[in-house]
Design a binder for this molecule. Structure first.
Ligand SMILES: [Mg+2]
Length: 397
């Protein structure tokens, strides 16, 4: 099985960025916490902190107890996005990126003539990041005959890993992983596999095709079976390109604050449809047509998110505060969709909403880079105009 894909996963990304930018944090246990005060769990931990058992989801008080000298850093989402751009620029000096999978993961395709140099190219990618972005940033690179195995290979050696899957080590090299380490196996699928008597990755690699068909309910099981055997399957095409909502405003909703409330409602609607279809948004576009005839367009790239709250914050950033006049039409588009079949749906009315969100998001390899902290005044105002916001949890943070 010749190497076809190269997958790059930054190690402890947020914590490493902090260590890169603040040299005094290097070599020290660091954990990054979301900005929301009550969300006191670590969303990232440096390897020094991990040695003490601090990881994503560890409550901060617990992390402090475990890791003496722990430095708790508030997340700086925009900085992580900026460094992400620098990393992209650095790796593209070596190989064109096929797909950005999240804020800290990207994938490359190898041409036939590049395949024999796969390991060399992987090293060059790491070196380019080291030289052009910083040496506190480490990546695990996986090389494999298909997209699935290239990604899985990044799980096998951390930090600073470089693993080739598909040679003589195959599939035994996978056996030390947990079922949940494999893409496409979330909590629910793991439970389902347990019910079918599959508890280990070894059992999964040895299971007959028919059993995997049953576990996944058809084609996806076939794909898992083939993926585990190194078959290079075409990607499932994304069926959707965007979710959009628009509204032509009646005279009583044309004032800026009312138009703002309508826009928020459109975001809520589009986000609900998007989640139902199993997607996360990687971008948002806002389009406004003013009564005067001119337009306002705003666009922002996001780390893929399913969270209404995050999307509303993005809207707040896009909104032309102070420059908005009487509006005639509002449109919102959620684009750059990513499929996240394993991700649990956003909990609409969970009390622990923020906590769950932070943990879910990071578990699904999202980043808090989508979390922008703008005033939500416009949305709160919306309630006064009797637009249904009952699906949004409490904003008064
Ligand atoms: Mg990572």
């Amino acid at each position: 099985m010749p190497p076809r894909y190269l997958y790059l996963d930054m190690n402890a990304y947020f914590a490493s960025v902090e260590q890169q930018l603040c040299p005094e944090l290097r070599g020290r246990p660091v954990c990054v916490v979301p900005v929301e005060a009550e969300t006191t769990v670590c969303i990232a931990a440096s390897y020094e902190a991990r040695r003490y058992g601090v990881k994503t989801g560890t409550p901060v008080y617990e992390a402090r107890r475990r890791a003496p000298g722990l430095v708790v850093v508030r997340a700086r989402p925009r900085v992580y996005v900026e460094v992400h751009r620098q990393i992209l620029a650095a790796v593209e000096r070596v190989l064109p990126v096929e797909a950005v999978r999240s804020i800290d993961e990207m994938r490359f395709v190898l041409m036939k003539n590049e395949a024999p140099r796969a390991v060399e190219l992987a090293k060059a990618l790491k070196e380019s990041i080291r030289q052009n972005v910083g040496d506190a940033l480490k990546a695990s690179v996986g090389i494999g005959p298909n997209r699935f195995l290239a990604k899985v290979a990044t799980e096998l050696e951390k930090p600073d890993g470089l693993v080739v899957l598909g040679g003589g080590n195959f599939p035994q090299a996978l056996w030390k992983l947990e079922l949940r380490d494999l893409p496409g196996i979330g909590r629910r699928m793991e439970a389902r596999l347990h019910r079918l008597g599959i508890y280990t990755v070894r059992q999964l690699t040895e299971a007959p095709r028919e059993l995997l068909r049953r576990a996944w309910g058809g084609v996806l099981g076939e794909r898992m079976y083939a993926n585990l055997r190194g078959v290079d399957l075409p990607e499932i095409p994304t069926k959707r390109r965007s979710f959009s909502q628009s509204h032509v405003l009646p005279p009583e909703l044309r004032r800026p604050e009312k138009a703002r409330a309508v826009a928020a409602r459109l975001v809520v609607k589009a986000a609900a449809r998007m989640r139902k279809a199993g997607y996360a948004a990687g971008s948002m576009t806002l389009a406004l047509r003013f009564l005067s005839g001119d337009d306002h367009h705003g666009f922002v790239l996001l780390a893929p998110t399913q969270a209404t709250r995050t999307l509303l914050k993005a809207l707040d950033r896009l909104w032309p505060h102070g420059r908005c006049r009487e509006a005639l039409k509002v449109a919102v588009v959620l684009g750059h969709l990513v499929e996240h079949p394993g991700l649990p749906l956003f909990p609409e009315d969970r009390k622990n909403h923020l906590l769950a969100l932070a943990v879910d998001r990071v578990n699904a390899r999202f980043g808090p880079d989508t979390v922008y902290y703008g005033g939500m005044a416009g949305v709160r105002d919306a309630g006064e105009y009797r637009i249904a916001f009952d699906k949004i949890p409490d904003f008064s943070v």
